[in-house]
Structure formats: structure tokens, C-alpha cells
Design a protein around this ligand. Structure first.
Ligand code: CP
Ligand code: NVA
Length: 306
């Protein structure tokens, strides 16, 4: 029986584990900010497998491992056997014998699930078509830093019901907050694909302004995610009215934050004066990827500290 703890989707962790991670992140971030060496993962190795492009995910995991005293090794499908048809199960057996954890960015969730089933070490989802759990860890941590507990708050999701949206929805179930979703027709949330147990923590709105009304966080993402490029022209037409602009931010709660996982397209899913405006916390979200993933690596590799 494989008892290894993985982080393949947000609800792989319980509420207590999330709280532990947020506490550890604060401590780890404080150490880093005061230039204190913290090397709990000395001589440990993370293998990072990328089947899609990345800036933040690669950098935050690689820098994070280095800062914890370990090392990150980058593999991609272009120049490894992974792109030449080696079965995922075989790759998992081999790779997991040579490292302490694996992070994977890939297409279908099934690929990472199969890898994890055959892995001797913890596997972390660095983005799949269905989920982006590390992103939402960082986003919620950013909210907590700025505004306190997220329980009972409202997140407005404007745009595509993609991997980032699905993960917000899972997080809402686990941490007891609400998500107001507004997507164009034909792009609605698929409850099963999102891995939800019920629809108690989210509500769908036809008009994005209604979704944003009174929200504590207004968030969006690209209209065309990686892997869906063939739909790009159609999506540009379909999503025109789903831009987060300053009128939308005005209708949100007065202390509302704007979030975006990045990379962003100004003039498409978000207006420049919003992402570059005073309510935007996009750079903090990006930085917090580093700190929360260090806490995640520490927890998955070493277990609970203290
Ligand atoms: N937000 C995020 O995951 O960014 P990258 O695609 O650059 O890793
Ligand atoms: N939804 C986007 C997120 C990128 C970080 C994508 O999957 O391309």
C-alpha cells in the first residue's frame, strides 16, 4: 500500500494541515527576510518535470529548494525520455528512486495521478489542466497576510472556469468561504471535473458585475490556458465582456483585493489600471509562491515540524 503523502489537488490536505502550512510559511518567510539560514532539506533533491512553460513555478521551487539547503533538478519533455513515450509508471519508478520529492506540471490530472501511484516519494502538482493547488495556497496566504482569516469571505472569479478556478472552488469547500463565479455561456464550472463534493460554497452569475458585488477578492486568469491554444480566437470573442476593470472593482467590497496568478494580459482579462492599481496584490501572490512551497516541501519531505 502506498502511504506517501502527495499534494495533487487542494483537498488532498485537511483543514488542520492547511493551518499548519500557513503557520510554517510565516515562520519560514520571516527567516528568509531576516537572512537567517534554514537548511532542513540539506542533501535533499526535488525533481521538477515540466510539460508546459513556466516562470514562477520553476523559479519558486528551484530557489526554494536551494534556500532550504537542497537542490532542484529540472526535466522537460523536450529533452528527456518523457517526451519519447516512456510510460509514466516507469518514469515514476525510476525518478522517485533518485530524489526526495517530485513536482510535475502537465496536461491531464490523470497523468500526475498515475505518476503518484508509482512514486516512492511525495508528488506535488505544479499545474494540470484541472488544478493549480500551489497557486491557491499562495493566494490564500496572501489574503491572510493582508486581511486575516478567509473563512466566510467571498471571492469573485471572473472568466474561464479553468484549473485556477477549480482550485479556488476546492479551497472554498475546505476552508469555508464562498466563490461567486461568472463565466461566458459554454465555459461554466464542471462540478465533477473541479473535484467538488457539493455546490454549497459557490454560486454562478450570468453578469460578472453581479459576481463581483461586495466581494473581498476579485480574481481572474487568462482567457486561454496552456493546452487550449487552438481555441484562442474563439475565446477572445466569447470572453470580451469578462474583463476585470475599474467599474468592477468599485462594485466589489471597499477593501477588496485584486488577484491574478500571472502571466496576465492587460486589456484582455484585466484592465491595466486594475492590475497596476492600489488594490492589486499580484506581486505579493507571486512572491508567496516561494514561501508557501518551502513550507509545503518541508512538510511533505520531513513531516510536521515542532
Ligand atoms: N502562476 C504560475 O504558475 O506562473 P508560471 O506559469 O510562470 O509558473
Ligand atoms: N490557467 C493558466 C494558468 C497559468 C499559470 C494556464 O493553465 O495556462
Amino acid at each position: 500500500m502506498n502511504k506517501i503523502k502527495h499534494f495533487l489537488q487542494f483537498n488532498d490536505f485537511g483543514k488542520d494541515e492547511m493551518e499548519l502550512l500557513f503557520d510554517r510559511t510565516k515562520w519560514i518567510k520571516d527567516q528568509y527576510k531576516s537572512y537567517k539560514k534554514y537548511w532542513p532539506l540539506e542533501d535533499r533533491t526535488l525533481v521538477m518535470i515540466f510539460e508546459k512553460a513556466s516562470t514562477r513555478t520553476r523559479l519558486s521551487f528551484e530557489a526554494g529548494m536551494h534556500q532550504l539547503g537542497g537542490a532542484g533538478i529540472y526535466l522537460n519533455t523536450r529533452d528527456s525520455q518523457l517526451g519519447r513515450g516512456e510510460p509514466v509508471e516507469d518514469a515514476a519508478q525510476v525518478i522517485s528512486r533518485m530524489c526526495d520529492a517530485v513536482m510535475i506540471r502537465t496536461f491531464e490530472q490523470d497523468i500526475i495521478d498515475r505518476f503518484a501511484k508509482n512514486s516512492r516519494v511525495p508528488v506535488i502538482n505544479g499545474l494540470t489542466n484541472e488544478y493549480h493547488p500551489c497557486q491557491i495556497l499562495a493566494d490564500i496566504y496572501t489574503f491572510i497576510e493582508k486581511r486575516g482569516p478567509i473563512q466566510g469571505k467571498t471571492v469573485a472569479w471572473i472568466g474561464d472556469s479553468n484549473n485556477v478556478c477549480n482550485t479556488w472552488l476546492q479551497a472554498a469547500e475546505l476552508l469555508d468561504f464562498n466563490v461567486h463565479v461568472s463565466t461566458p455561456k459554454g465555459y461554466e464550472v464542471e462540478v465533477e471535473r473541479a473535484g467538488l463534493y457539493n455546490d454549497k460554497h459557490f454560486e454562478e452569475f450570468e453578469d460578472p458585475m453581479d459576481a463581483a458585488r461586495g466581494a473581498d477578492i476579485v480574481t481572474t486568469d487568462v482567457w486561454t490556458s496552456m493546452g487550449f491554444e487552438s481555441e484562442k480566437n474563439e475565446r477572445i470573442k466569447d470572453f470580451t465582456d469578462w474583463q476585470v476593470d475599474s467599474d468592477m472593482m468599485k462594485i466589489a467590497g471597499k477593501d477588496a483585493l485584486f488577484m491574478h496568478c500571472l502571466p496576465a494580459h492587460r486589456g484582455e482579462e484585466v484592465a491595466a489600471d486594475v492590475i497596476d492599481g492600489p488594490q492589486s496584490v499580484v506581486w505579493e501572490e507571486a512572491e508567496n509562491r516561494l514561501h508557501i512551497q518551502k513550507a509545503l516541501l518541508e512538510y511533505l519531505i520531513l513531516g510536521k515540524i515542532k
